[in-house]
Unconditional design. Structure first.
Length: 66
């Protein structure tokens, strides 16, 4: 089972694709450092980058622009 992240929806939360990639990579790295693991109902592990993009798309992750 391959779950695709909602890229088009996430792009509405950022200015451009570069900012989305940068924010998702930073969030995925933070998840890795915390040791956060996500799985489907079937027990299949999900990639942290997919979860990061989903959280950006849903507005759960706050993007701070410097």
């Amino acid at each position: 089972m391959n779950k695709r992240p909602p890229i088009e929806k996430a792009l509405t939360k950022v200015n451009n694709r570069y900012e989305l990639v940068h924010a998702a990579a930073k969030l995925a790295k933070e998840m890795h450092e915390r040791g956060t693991e996500y799985t489907t109902e079937e027990g299949i592990p999900l990639k942290k980058t997919v979860i990061a993009i989903e959280e950006i798309a849903e507005g759960k992750a706050k993007i701070v622009r410097e």
